[in-house]
Design a protein around this ligand. Sequence first.
Ligand SMILES: Cc1cc2nc3c(=O)[nH]c(=O)nc-3n(C[C@H](O)[C@H](O)[C@H](O)COP(=O)(O)OP(=O)(O)OC[C@H]3O[C@@H](n4cnc5c(N)ncnc54)[C@H](O)[C@@H]3O)c2cc1C
Length: 598
Amino acid sequence: MYTNLDHLKFLLRDVHPISSLLKLPRFAHLDWEQCWMMVESAKALADRHMAPYFKEMDTLGVTYDGKGGVKSHPQLKTIIRQAAEGGWINGAASFEVGGMQMPLMIFNSGHHIFQAANNGCQGYFSLTSGAAALITSFGSKEQIETFVPKMFDGLWQGTMALTEPQAGSSLTDITTSAKPLGGDRYKIKGQKIFISGGQHEACDNFVHLTLARIEGAPPGTKGISLFIIPKFRPEPDGSLKYNDVFCAGDFQKMGQRGYVTTHLVFGDNDDCVGYLVGEAHKGLPYMFQMMNEARIGVGQTAASVAMAAYYASLEYAKERSQGRLASEKDPLKPPTLIIRHPDVQRMLLTQKAIAEGSISLAMECNRLYDLSHATEGEEQRNHWLLLEILTPIVKTYSSEQGSRAAALAVQTLGGYGFTMDFPVQQHYRDLKIMSIYEGTTGIQSLDLLGRKVTMEKGKALALLLAEMKKTADTARPMNGLKSYADQLSEEADRVQSVLGHLLKYAPTDVDRYLSDATVFMEQVSYVVIAWQWLKMAACAQEILSKGDLGTTPRAFYEGKIHTMKFFFRYELPHAEACAATLTDPEYLTGLSNHDLLG
Ligand SMILES: Cc1cc2nc3c(=O)[nH]c(=O)nc-3n(C[C@H](O)[C@H](O)[C@H](O)COP(=O)(O)OP(=O)(O)OC[C@H]3O[C@@H](n4cnc5c(N)ncnc54)[C@H](O)[C@@H]3O)c2cc1C
């Protein structure tokens, strides 16, 4: 077992009700049964074609042949084609561009299953999906017609090519150049590193969505443009010509070893053509569409992998006997199952709280994405603002705490957890990248404190805190939930007051203001996940009170309430500790004397 469809159903039907989305014109062609059928079809696909290859894709890895080719796992072709056939590349796109117009909530529910089953292989086709969405949003009619159908069919791989050796976190410093050739065609020269999915054997062509500078462009991010750079460019007669895109290597990594990470060289022979997308110099804002979607996707992937690790360790804990409880020390009695040891329960509950809390937040984001694309006016704007502020949080909490959860999965197994015989070590290794790519934790935290909490005079944060208060108000009158509702309200207020304290530095000492952005991110994240847990607990309590359980066992809903209480008692207090650090008058982080580092 790598994920739990009952939990997914609970999120989709009760906690973040999809029913309200299905009333909107964009999704009116769907009902709940059809949506759920899609989710079940994803599970069947993952069970058959993805999960069985999780370990093998890691063990075999990918190999570079020294001549531009990368040998990938033979199953990859089937996986990508099956994903395309099942609607898992074009599913969320609009009808007019050949999509199925399904809510992102459903599309990403399917992807959650794939991520939990085999996160590396899911990356290939979710990248293609994101790249195709970027072309359909900003590309010309001709560009859409040339590239998107092949991408939707899983024949052409999409990538995002931003990073260069000297420009990772700081895209301001990219130097890949573009020289006008007429129309939307430009001659491209430059190098990109760490490009996921950039070359492999499962696709016939590669469509690199690339950031480059047109000659004479203004410096900084305002001079960056977006190009489509195919490996083989379509010629007027319909043939494909090699476009001077050379794969110079594949990075060997500690995790996601079946997922290629390439070094690409454009235009070494002066014959690489890129097609400008949209207007010149607007590349970064365009790319942010894909990056924001990818940030939610990375957060969701981290949550999904943590979920798979949780289930692997839970299964083990239910089978492994070791030692006796403190109250049952009789050596003549058989040893107990480790799941009965309170410390093992603590490790399992921590994992459950992190993984289910993160996946709930990812669903909240998916729902906001859908609402911000299917509503209008003030309502649309508010959904968008909420999504903007939650994006760095879902990316960061899920990846940082997901790593901690996967480490606990390893710990739960003891020595066996460290061996290659069990999957938890792979989950742990795979998860680490999530806090690095798509913007590191440091960069996400700067985004939260430097931009998101102050955007539109603090409106996004105000909306978020109001949503938390709304959840607290719903939960407060419910049986046994009052103290948790009060605690959430108090922590929401504390976020506001810590921000007020930090903002005093912003006008005169912006370095000081932002120096502990990651600690602020931590504080806010704990409160946001507490909000998600209270939402889940309130839904569970309502279902239990109404006795409206259907075929779901009572223990399922009681488990949600219990885990919420666990989160509030064992995890949420960290938010207050972060607040104490952030408001401590003795400030220690920003060292002007670097020798103090030793
Ligand atoms: C497996 C893998 C797959 C990837 N896939 C892709 C891909 O498909 N496409 C793509 O374009 N890129 C991809 N990347 C690149 C990835 O996005 C970058 O590695 C990442 O953004 C960090 O950049 P960097 O490695 O240059 O680190 P650096 O930017 O050098 O950062 C090093 C450290 O300094 C910190 N730091 C940097 N600047 C600041 C700052 N201003 N304030 C505070 N701290 C700072 C960082 O948080 C980090 O801890 C991938 C990377 C890997 C490893």
